[in-house]
Design a protein around this ligand. Structure first.
Ligand code: SAH
Length: 395
């Protein structure tokens, strides 16, 4: 094995690694042997110099992100094998060669043993998004390996890490193609068409993680008057229309999102008269919807990007959910979500409970939702379960 700089842990700090937790916090480090640069591969050893793992070094509270618990050579073959494993799992769960759904997550960071790396597949184009320097530095290796793994299914690889790689590093990432050129920006999800704004859009262009929850919403939509708040590209709205909603209103504060929503509705329906999109602030819009809707979706952005923002985030969730509970029609259904990693399932549930109690309405939990199988959660890294949702019946 190559000689990597060593990270020596404090006594007792090896326990989490022995249970395959993939992060090493800076406080767990006793000494660093060698001149380590951000993004370097490092060997993590115990206080007694026993080998524990290999990972990428980063300046910050998470000092090492582990991608391997065995002594192995880290080269292009190693990474290709990782990608092949991720691909095989997607094949197992039915996404490879699926004509109805050609948009899915191919690599889900820790969930696929690749902390700091996200790769989404959009109808022939893989979009990479890196959150660590170590992974970013390997981007071309990944692009080439993806071609080997996916063959003709892959037409292009686009890297979109400009806004996600750590700002403390000196690397100025610019978005662009690592391989080929994109041929289409239209994807299909359960037969519904979506236009994806790869260059400007949020995340890698689409909220792939809501696929199953959107599908579920479709089943509840027949003859309903639906309000989709924080709609972004109108994903939930398209499914509500498909499910036979009488009327669908989409709300987002971004003009660009509203434009995309209208395009996506038009892409799927000849008659779009049941749908209307509003560029408005959600908190304002929700002030005045008394008895207007039977079905409300609240899918806000991550209010808490980190633990320090937790309190304010919970206040935000409480406020929007209270407004929805207070005003939804009797017998209404609320789909409510949190995608903040810092908000636990318990935090979220208690907050929604509080909102229900403030409204004084009688509420039943019908479904407890999370992220789909192409966003797997490493069981040793429970932090990876970031998406939480509740479907509630309001009497
Ligand atoms: N439900 C969407 C994803 C939502 S992402 C889907 O299934 O694809 C969150 C969206 O909330 C973004 O589009 C963002 O523009 C919008 N947003 C953020 N703050 C807002 C606010 N205060 N009012 C309305 N929309 C807001």
């Amino acid at each position: 094995m190559s000689n990597y700089s060593k990270i020596i842990l404090k006594s007792g700090k090896e326990q989490a690694i022995e249970r395959f937790h993939p992060w090493i916090f800076s406080g767990a480090i006793k000494t660093i042997n060698g001149n380590v640069q951000e993004g370097d591969i490092v060997e993590v050893v115990s206080n007694h110099n026993e080998f524990l793992a290999l990972g990428h070094y980063q300046i910050g509270s998470i000092a090492v992100r582990i991608f391997c618990f065995e002594k192995t050579e880290i080269n292009s073959d190693f990474w290709e094998k990782k990608l092949l494993n991720a691909y095989n799992l997607r094949k197992e769960i039915g996404f490879i060669g699926n004509k109805d759904t050609n948009v899915f997550r191919l690599v889900n960071a820790e969930g696929d043993g690749m902390p700091g790396a996200v790769i989404d597949f959009y109808n022939g184009t893989a979009v990479t998004q890196f959150h660590s320097i170590g992974m970013y530095l390997e981007r071309q290796t990944f692009a080439n390996a993806l071609k080997n793994v996916l063959g003709n299914r892959l037409k292009a690889v686009y890297d979109k890490s400009e806004s996600t790689i750590p700002f403390k590093s000196d690397i100025n990432a610019t978005n662009g193609y690592l391989l080929g050129q994109n041929e289409t920006n239209i994807v299909s999800e359960y037969g519904n068409k979506f236009k994806v704004d790869r260059e400007q859009g949020q995340k890698t262009g689409f909220f792939i993680d809501q696929r199953e929850n959107r599908k579920l919403l479709g089943y509840y939509s027949k003859d309903k008057e639906v309000l989709n708040v924080f709609g972004y590209t109108g994903g939930f709205s398209v499914y509500a229309m498909q499910g036979g909603a009488k009327l669908v209103h989409s709300v987002d504060s971004s003009d660009k999102a509203i434009e995309l929503t209208n395009e996506n509705i038009a892409l799927n329906f000849n008659d779009t008269s049941r749908h209307k999109a509003f560029a408005a602030d959600a908190f304002d819009f929700l002030k005045n919807i008394k008895d207007k809707y039977d079905l409300i979706i609240l899918d806000p952005p991550a209010f808490a990007k980190h633990n320090k923002a937790l309190h304010n985030a919970l206040q935000g969730y409480k406020k929007i959910n209270t407004r929805a509970f207070e005003q939804i029609r009797p017998g209404g259904i609320l789909f409510t979500f949190s995608c903040s990693q810092a908000v636990s399932k318990k935090n979220f549930r208690e907050t929604v409970f509080t909102a229900a109690a403030i409204s004084g309405r009688k509420v039943k939990i019908l479904h407890q939702l999370t992220q789909p199988a192409d966003h797997p959660i490493n069981i040793y890294h429970p932090e990876g379960e970031y998406l939480k949702g509740l479907v509630l019946y309001v009497e």
